[in-house]
Write a protein that binds this ligand. Structure first.
Ligand code: BG6
Length: 472
């Protein structure tokens, strides 16, 4: 039997790169609405962004020429089901057919996420992730996608990063609907779990030979700098808060009783849990885990203060002790800790490559041999091109090299890692960080109406690295 190829590629998301926000029958989504509203104080939108909608052929060709054999992207829900009447927009399906044709042309394996933050606006108007019907609407949309694309897509993902998404929407408040409300955080989180279970149920009905379904999770491993009983408890609570509520139901089919009790003790009203839900969760688990790896979850015991969180959205860290740092306090659970020996990036996020190894080892410890794709890993930078648009992004190369080294070490030690996706194959919109924070291997000139693409030094580095690691 031919050895299965390791997948090496890059990841994007619909709202962040497609542009064409109202073209060919697409409906608006909550990000279109937010970016067009006064709440968006920067005035920056992704109406055009990298214009992947018109440049997909060029982008996919560049991926192939860069030696990449897989591409993770997301489908825009509001391109497929633009309105509440559930009528399917054939032009939306046709766009992704064209994208898949292009992938086929180069033997690039598509890995496709159903929702990457961008709920349709009509769902947003009914309460978004808090809307009682969100999981049924999501299951409907998912079934339209599964039926149309079938096993042309071998890797489907239900939701991108439930924990990060819920936290930004309802804890930090930097993503729409911009709230700081832990009751809503928990409700949103629960509805996301139900969305995954119900989409998996639709997927299983079709018996799509050769196609699998997974979830993409973002939080890394939880660890503490000290090893006292209190620190160990903080690590446990850190995992319960950031990892277990996403991964336990999706992979094992249940929440641990201890988690439910802890949430109840924290004053959350759990009446959003409906009879029969737990049976649906139990019967509909995923085939694989997509693990995004950016940083670890470093914690210490909770001491004082109200629940609050800061996330990587400021770009103001100047290295001084009082610069903003990413982290959270969860009242009665844990607080984030800071390691003075670990550098932070400009957005206050730790740059700590060993977390890639530790995260993967932890996943194996808890979830056994489940196939894992590292569905995102990347480094945001402010960048200056030369007069030809070329960027020497040595800092990014170092970052990727070190992280990949730790990922391959985990693989060698038995973690079932089957693929790696750099965030991102080309520059794109970085949510509230706009366009100055860049992650791409290929520069996109956002000032240029043609959105000229220029490969950076990291693009060539990645190509060579893949060549040398093609057969791992
Ligand atoms: C991941 C998301 O959490 O991080 C991406 O899936 C996002 O959508 C990436 O762009 C980097 O985060 P940011 O906020 O720096 O763009």
């Amino acid at each position: 039997m031919e050895k299965e190829k390791f997948l090496w590629g890059g990841a994007t998301a619909a709202y962040q790169c497609e542009g064409a926000w109202d073209e060919d029958g697409k409906g608006a989504n909550i990000w279109d609405e937010f970016c067009h509203s006064a709440a968006n104080t920067t005035g920056i939108t992704a109406d055009v962004s990298s214009d992947f909608y018109h440049h997909y052929a060029e982008d996919i060709r560049m991926m192939a020429e860069g030696g990449q054999n897989t591409f993770r992207f997301s489908i825009s829900w509001s391109r497929i089901v633009p309105k509440e009447d559930r009528v399917v927009n054939e032009a939306g399906l046709a766009f992704y057919d064209r994208v898949l044709d292009e992938c086929d042309k180069y033997g690039i394996v598509p890995n496709v996420t159903l929702v990457h933050y961008d709920l349709p606006d009509y769902i947003g108007h009914k309460g978004g992730w808090l809307y009682d019907g969100v999981s049924d609407e999501f299951a409907y949309y998912a079934s339209v996608v599964f039926r149309h694309f079938g096993n042309r897509i071998p890797l489907y993902v239900t939701i991108n990063e439930p924990s990060h998404n819920a936290s930004c929407c309802y804890m930090v408040g930097n993503y729409p609907p911009n709230e700081q409300n832990m009751q809503h955080f928990a409700h949103c989180a629960y509805n996301m779990v139900m969305c995954t279970a119900k989409a998996v149920r639709e997927f299983r009905k079709l018996n799509l030979a050769g196609a699998q379904i997974g979830i993409v999770h973002s939080s890394g491993n939880t660890e503490a700098l000290h090893d006292t009983p209190e620190d160990r408890l903080a690590v446990k609570y850190g995992d319960m808060f950031s990892n277990d509520w996403v991964l336990d139901p999706a992979i094992r089919g249940y929440f641990e009783e201890e988690l439910i009790e802890k949430v109840r003790e924290s004053g959350i009203d759990l009446s959003f849990i409906k009879e029969g839900d737990f049976d649906i969760i139990r019967a509909n688990t995923v085939d694989f885990l997509g693990q995004n790896i950016y940083c670890r979850n470093l914690v210490k015991p909770y001491k004082s203060g109200e629940t609050k969180a800061t996330v990587n959205n400021l770009g103001t860290n100047d290295g001084s002790a009082d610069s903003p740092r990413e982290g959270k306090t969860v009242k009665g659970w844990f607080e984030s800790d800071w390691d003075p020996n670990v550098p932070l990036n400009r957005w206050g996020r730790e740059v700590y490559p060993p977390c890639a190894y530790a995260t993967l080892m932890k996943r194996k410890e808890r979830y056994g041999n489940i196939p894992i794709y590292v569905t995102e890993n990347g480094h945001g930078c402010y960048e200056m091109p030369d007069e030809n648009g070329y960027v020497e992004d040595d800092e990014r190369i170092r970052f990727l090299q070190e992280f990949i080294g730790y990922i391959l070490k985990a693989k060698e030690e038995g973690v079932n890692v089957k693929g790696y996706y750099v965030w991102a194959p080309m520059d794109l919109y970085s949510w509230i960080n706009g366009y100055k924070k860049r992650y791409g291997l290929v520069r996109v000139d956002f000032e240029d109406p043609e959105r000229k693409r220029t490969p950076k030094k990291s693009y060539y580095w990645y190509k060579k690295f893949i060549e040398e690691h093609r057969d791992i």
